[in-house]
Ligand binder design. Sequence first.
Ligand code: AMP
Length: 546
Amino acid sequence: MYGLMMKTPLLTSSLIAYAADYHGDTEIVSRTVEGPIHRYTYAQAQARAKRLANALLGLGVRRGDRVATMAWNGYRHIELYFGISGLGAVCHTVNPRLFADQIVYIVNHAEDRFIFADLTFVGLLETLRDRLRPVEGYVVMTDPAHMPATSLPNAICYETLIGEQPEAFEWPALDEDLASGLCYTSGTTGNPKGTLYSHRSTVLHSFSCCTADHPLAASCREVILPVVPMFHVQAWGIPYAAALAGAKLVLPGPRLDGESLHELMERERVTMAAGVPTVWLGLLQYLADTGKTLDHLDNLIVGGSAPPLSLIEAFEGDHGIEVVHAWGMTETGPVATTGRLKRKFQDLPLEARHKIKLKQGRALYGVEMKIVDDAGHSLPHDGKTAGQLMVRGPWVASAYFGDEAASAAAFDAEGWFATGDVMTMDPDGYIHITDRIKDLIKSGGEWISSIDLENAATDHPEVAEAAAIAIAHPKWGERPLLIVVRRDGAEVTGAQLRAFLAAKVAKWWLPDEVVFVGELPHTATGKVSKFELRKRFADHVLPDAR
Ligand code: AMP
């Protein structure tokens, strides 16, 4: 017997319509590429998203067409998120930090018909335009006063484009399983792979973001600053979730340095901010250098890569701000776990609580998780046994867009997605990453976790950043090399660092050598590029093999 309840489709347009109707005067504040701060309301955002939808129809955009964006976090990008998907087209957020060849690949693979770009990226697109075959025209996200002379074909100014359009537009009643957004993962090998979000997955992910134990726990009482870019995994879904909650949004535009973030956080009374560890380390450094404080921030969400313990200690201990750890991937919607502590852990001593917070969190409702060995057998949840994390759920990808080979490799017959992350899971369900499968170091037949080594190294007060990679070794197969960036003015030596590590990791894990560099290479999404490091140190010979 079926229930007798309405089958209202879950659509992204319903999120902005709700925000406009019930939180119509709540603000969206943006630092613009042009410089000044822009502020308006959800009601105005929806009105302009509707004008944009009319403009897109005028350009000939139809349901299912891919329309790309290359833009910072700002109000016009919000209009594109809702306007493109609300119409039934697919909002393809292109990450401008990818290598040029990767951008060319994904725009061609996605068959983007138009690209909407911030002023910052006009020059980049001009160098690529002849290779971006399917693109019929470019829209520069600015006003006529700032419209540059450009060699981009069929270039239009955003404000001119939507300025001519009526506000009247009925969001169409779409099938909730239609695609709403497209994001490619950078990948360190092979071509980038596309995750095609649906309206349903996006709305369910947004609901999840508004539950009390979610890292975001979005509500209309919060002022949320997504530092994580809207061109990378939809800024962790925050633009859509904030609309569902009716939360005030603060968008940092291109300025992600400590000083600019601090200024925006204090002026707009930001209560919750989300970003990768690198960004928060920059903010911490700024606070330490200036003695300034954060008077409104309650929660700091960190994810995308593993935060060092020192980050959690500094924000919680020195600044009284709760750090909440989250794990996710482009393919998982993206947020799949929450690091919020269970009730039984809340009275533990600080050190014990921080130890739990260092873990990547536990599955959110809706996301199923298991860890498996090489043969695909489930492993115990004892907090010790490590295996590959497999996930499935209503906002997890079921295949890659237009890539059968990559899909066959990543999705199994029971619908589980193989994450490539090696994890332990404890009896309470908290997962702890030990490595990416391809980054593990195998020494004498046993695994060494590069992430554990790196975390132990960054606990040293004079280490700014560290990466461990495998170097071929005649006796052991592979041995770890630790590549370190010292903090400004620090003088720590390799021997001192090895002695420091000796108290933290097994003796046979100690890196054979520590190399100091000025900076580490990063991927387009701000993670240390092990791929680049392995290339750079491909011919490196360790001391005892020299
Ligand atoms: P992306 O799809 O670009 O967001 O990258 C996803 C990958 O980032 C995951 O598979 C992890 O390897 C890594 N990652 C995400 N969140 C975390 C976290 N909290 N700690 C450690 N690694 C993470």
